[in-house]
Design a protein around this ligand. Sequence first.
Ligand SMILES: Nc1nc2c(ncn2[C@@H]2O[C@H](COP(=O)(O)OP(=O)(O)OP(=O)(O)O)[C@@H](O)[C@H]2O)c(=O)[nH]1
Ligand SMILES: [Mg+2]
Length: 265
Amino acid sequence: MSSIDQIGWFPGHMAQSIRLMHERLALVDVVLEVVDARLPTISANPLLDELIGDRPRLVLLGREDLADPQFTGKWIAYEQRLGRRALAINGKQQGSVRNALPLLTDLGRGRRTMRAMVVGIPNSGKSTVINGLAKRIAAKAEDKAGVTRSLSWFRVSPTLEIMDTPGILPPKIETAQARWQLALCNALPRERYDAADVVARFIDWAAEHRRSVPDLETFARQRGFLRRGNEIDVHNAAGAYVKDFNVAKFGRITFEAPPAMELTA
Ligand SMILES: Nc1nc2c(ncn2[C@@H]2O[C@H](COP(=O)(O)OP(=O)(O)OP(=O)(O)O)[C@@H](O)[C@H]2O)c(=O)[nH]1
Ligand SMILES: [Mg+2]
């Protein structure tokens, strides 16, 4: 388990996938970039941005059900100000995902059939988006980082094929804030970080931003994560805390505001 300074994950399959994605992009008309609405910049990988270049792109702000709606609206407006197409989605709701279809058609500029590639950091909901568009379970999706390991095409309609790709993180996650927030939002496998450390950072962040969240000790006692002698079981309590965060048990929280907007405003 790694301390905050060492949090990262760039296994061989990611480097290999980037090379393959670069090759396959020649076959692609449109790119669907899935970021996390709770951290839209931190969850947008610069490597992928470079890879996409100026290809037509639709940014999907996934997990909008967990993010603060006020900020999600501001993020969409911000993306639009930059001249980019963006849509907030709840990947778990087919109807929400399928709102992307007219935007994709529009980006395809009248093409009768289209090929798209879905890209993003691990666990952002890429495969789930494919399944929502296809209205069936086509791509394997699971709540842990690193489920999709290879590139594969899925036909989601008679006129649209989408390539699923593995989640890609930057080889080095630059700031401590990005590291703990990506870990907390489940972009890294559980064994790549110390959950107690990550939860402690989150609790500090919440205090700074006047959000009321339980401290780990209170949470552990309430949930019965205790060892002999009434000591709290820090490891398991922190793991459960991360899980609860990811179902919005502490409210819908967004960590990043678009430029020129304060989180406590
Ligand atoms: N609450 C919530 N959960 C979501 C959303 N989108 C996806 N999920 C869940 O997130 C988990 C990961 O989804 P996947 O589609 O497997 O993610 P992925 O980006 O393909 O992940 P990798 O292949 O590991 O990179 C699944 O349990 C999904 O049900 C969303 O908008 N809201
Ligand atoms: Mg996947």
